[in-house]
Every structure is written in structure tokens, then in C-alpha cells.
Design a protein around this ligand. Structure first.
Ligand code: SAM
Ligand code: MD0
Ligand code: SF4
Length: 363
């Protein structure tokens, strides 16, 4: 469906997707098997066409606050797993408020509050509720939470307190691979949490890893698995081996598989949010991911911030090009620009509160 088709044919393919064409498993297998550069460029071209149909040149920007790197879990791929002997931090309320203040007047559409499954918050969820309320108060922006699995009652409390979006990545919908990655965790509980959040009105994000032993069959299983609950946002991230973790030795060749899957996600989820994460390959990597069909930039952090990401390609670098201004500048050089807050709010089903005009009364 890509090979031996000229660009006019690709335009027709893109239009078919816009009109509702669904890819079969055989189509997915064919696309996932592409390796020639020429074919991959064609795939990215179709994905961009589809994205541009729904979003034009508009991009959404999420700022990322990893407020606690403590974690009780033991995911084999993750730097913050409890067995890794590393320096950890947990921000206090004042530090969180200060970060929020630096976001004022920046082109950020949503704040993503992420943590490890830190018992300090998981055992006393009201502490997390307080953070959500404070961030809402400081920024007035939509809030995404990425806290790992929390129970239904807590998810409801957080939603009532201002959390709009839940990010909870299954990593894979292949149950055997899941247990190798999220060792000792329940596949069903993680699925349930995301579904429950969706049912009570959250927008939800699911995501998968690539380069972690996923072959084509297992990737198809994951892509189909993500379709089931109709997520508002879907992601794929290249597994980046982390020092001190069980999967440290896996040899990672490149992000080509991630770029290919981003384009395939765009064909399967044409009008959904699909991120280009700065955490993997910084701002140059962002360009490739947007060119593959992404329409959100995630993991933006204030300039000179000591905050951690989940992967931190720039852990050893002195300069971190991950602040809002650098991102916007690079977007403009690509002919893209940040969407308005109204456009984002419409997508996540919220309207911007109208500022009430208070009449001036002469006394
Ligand atoms: N602790 C919460 C959880 O696990 O859901 C929130 C953190 S979550 C945002 C961390 C996500 O980053 C994982 O779900 C995984 O998709 C991604 N991640 C972690 N380590 C990674 C690595 N080494 N390479 C690529 N992605 C990674
Ligand atoms: C990112 N570091 O987008 C963030 C993180 C969590 N919701 C997002 C994985 O790359
Ligand atoms: Fe903890 Fe999340 Fe890392 Fe797993 S992915 S070890 S739950 S921070």
C-alpha cells in the first residue's frame, strides 16, 4: 500500500484514511515491515497529510513536572525502579508552585504532573490532591496526571480537584511481554485504571515501548490493544537502556522503529493527540517525530531546570534545549506553530472560562 505508489497515489491513500479507512492486520504487518528509506519517507508523508487535515500546522505543548522520582515498583526498563541505587528527589509544595510561576506567559497548553509510584503519595493520596489543586490555582491550565496505577476513589477525587487527563502507558498489550517489563504488576489493574478514568470523564493516554523485544506480532497486538478503549492520546517511545537496570545491556540501534510506529498510529488514530517527546532525543528528535505525524511536544521543562525526565537523553549534557521558547523557535523554523489554548481546550472537551466583565461604577 506504500511500495510502488507514486505521490498522487499517496494523496489518495491519505484521503481514504481521513474518510474512515481502517487498516487491516495485513496492512499493519506490511507497514511495520518497511525498511527502505524511500518507503519510510512515503509513510511519513501520508501521516503528515492526515495530521495536517485535522490540525493544520498547529502543535500542542505540554510542560512536564517530574515531582517525585521515588518508586515502589521494579520495571525492568526504568531508571527509577526501586532497585536502582540512584539519587532521588521529592519536590515540596513551594518548589512546585515556583515551577508553575515560571510557566506563566509561556505557550504551554497543559501541565503533566508525573511521579514514580511513590508511597508518600500513594499511601496518602490527599497529598497529591493538594498538588493538583495548587497547580490549577497557579496556572489555570488543564492538568495531566501520570502517577501510575491509583484506585478508583482516588482517581475520582483527583478528577474533581482539577485533573483532566490521565497518562497511563500499558507499554505493551502482549501479556507475556508486559510481565517481563512491569515485573510483579497486574496487567488488568493497569487496564482497569485507564478505562475507569475514561468512564468518569478524564481524557486518557495509552502508550507502548518499542525496542524491548517486541516483534511485529506483538506490536500489532499492542496497536489493536490501544484501539479498544478509544484513547484521546497514544504514544510510542523507543526504549532507551538505563544504567543500573536489568535491561541495561539491550543494544538499541535507532529510533527508526519509533518513527515508523508514530506514522502508523497517525493512520490508525487520525484525529488523536500523538506526542513527540523531548525526553528521548531532544529538540532535533522532536523535528523527526513531528515529520512522522506527531502533533504534540511533551517533556518541555523550564530553562536551566534540574528536573528529571524518564529517560533524560541530556542527563550528561550541560545545556538542555527543552524550554518553551527553544521549542517554539524550532517549530516556527518548520512552518509550524503553537495552537491557541481555546483550540486545545476544545479537543479535551473544556471551554475556557469567560472573564467576567465587572462594570465600573462611579461613586
Ligand atoms: N510511574 C508512573 C508510571 O509508571 O505509570 C509514571 C511514570 S511514566 C510517565 C514513565 C513512562 O516512561 C513509562 O510508562 C514508560 O513508557 C516510559 N519509560 C520509562 N523508562 C523508559 C526508558 N528507559 N526508555 C523509554 N521509555 C521509558
Ligand atoms: C515525556 N517524559 O513525554 C515525559 C513522560 C508522562 N506523561 C510523559 C514520559 O516524554
Ligand atoms: Fe516506577 Fe513508573 Fe519507573 Fe515503573 S515506569 S519503575 S512505575 S517510575
Amino acid at each position: 500500500m506504500i511500495k510502488n505508489i507514486d505521490y498522487h497515489g499517496l494523496d489518495i491513500f491519505a484521503q481514504d484514511i481521513v474518510n474512515g479507512l481502517q487498516l487491516t492486520d495485513a496492512n499493519l504487518r506490511e507497514l511495520l515491515s518497511l525498511t527502505e528509506e524511500e518507503d519510510l519517507l512515503k509513510l511519513h508523508y501520508v501521516a503528515r497529510k492526515v495530521r495536517d487535515h485535522f490540525f493544520g500546522n498547529k502543535v500542542f505543548l505540554y510542560s512536564f513536572v517530574y515531582f517525585s522520582t521515588h518508586c515502589k515498583n521494579n520495571c525492568t526498563f526504568c531508571y527509577y525502579n526501586r532497585c536502582n541505587d540512584i539519587q532521588r528527589y521529592r519536590l515540596g509544595m513551594d518548589e512546585i508552585r515556583n515551577i508553575c510561576r515560571t510557566l506563566k506567559n509561556e505557550s504551554i497548553h497543559m501541565v503533566d504532573l508525573t511521579m514514580g509510584e511513590d508511597p508518600y503519595f500513594h499511601n496518602e493520596p490527599e497529598r497529591f490532591v493538594d498538588i493538583v489543586k495548587a497547580v490549577k490555582e497557579e496556572t489555570g491550565l488543564p492538568i495531566m496526571i501520570s502517577p501510575g496505577v491509583m484506585n478508583d476513589g482516588t482517581l475520582s477525587r483527583l478528577h474533581e480537584s482539577g485533573a483532566d487527563f490521565l497518562a497511563l502507558y500499558q507499554e505493551t498489550h502482549d501479556v507475556d511481554l508486559f510481565h517481563k517489563l512491569r515485573v510483579g504488576q497486574s496487567f488488568e489493574e493497569r487496564m482497569h485504571s485507564r478505562q475507569f478514568a475514561k468512564n468518569i470523564g478524564y481524557c486518557v493516554e495509552d502508550g507502548i515501548l518499542t525496542g524491548v523485544g517486541n516483534d511485529i506480532d506483538s506490536t500489532i497486538k499492542s496497536l489493536r490493544g490501544m484501539q479498544k478503549i478509544r484513547p484521546d492520546m497514544v504514544r510510542v517511545m523507543t526504549f532507551v537502556p538505563q544504567e543500573g537496570t536489568p535491561l541495561e545491556e539491550i543494544d538499541q540501534k535507532s529510533s527508526l522503529s519509533e518513527l515508523k510506529i508514530i506514522s502508523i498510529l497517525r493512520l490508525m488514530f487520525p484525529d488523536r493527540l500523538i506526542p513527540a517527546s523531548l525526553d528521548l532525543e531532544g529538540i532535533d528528535g522532536m523535528v523527526h517525530r513531528l515529520n512522522a505525524g506527531a502533533n504534540v511536544v511533551t517533556s518541555i521543562i523550564p530553562s536551566d531546570s534540574p528536573l528529571e525526565g524518564v529517560v533524560n537523553y541530556d542527563r550528561e549534557l550541560e545545556e538542555r534545549d527543552r524550554d518553551p521558547k527553544s521549542v517554539v523557535k524550532r517549530l516556527k523554523s518548520m512552518g509550524m506553530e503553537p495552537a491557541s489554548q481555546d483550540e486545545f481546550n476544545k479537543i479535551i472537551g473544556k471551554s475556557t472560562p469567560k472573564t467576567v466583565e465587572v462594570p465600573v461604577v462611579a461613586i
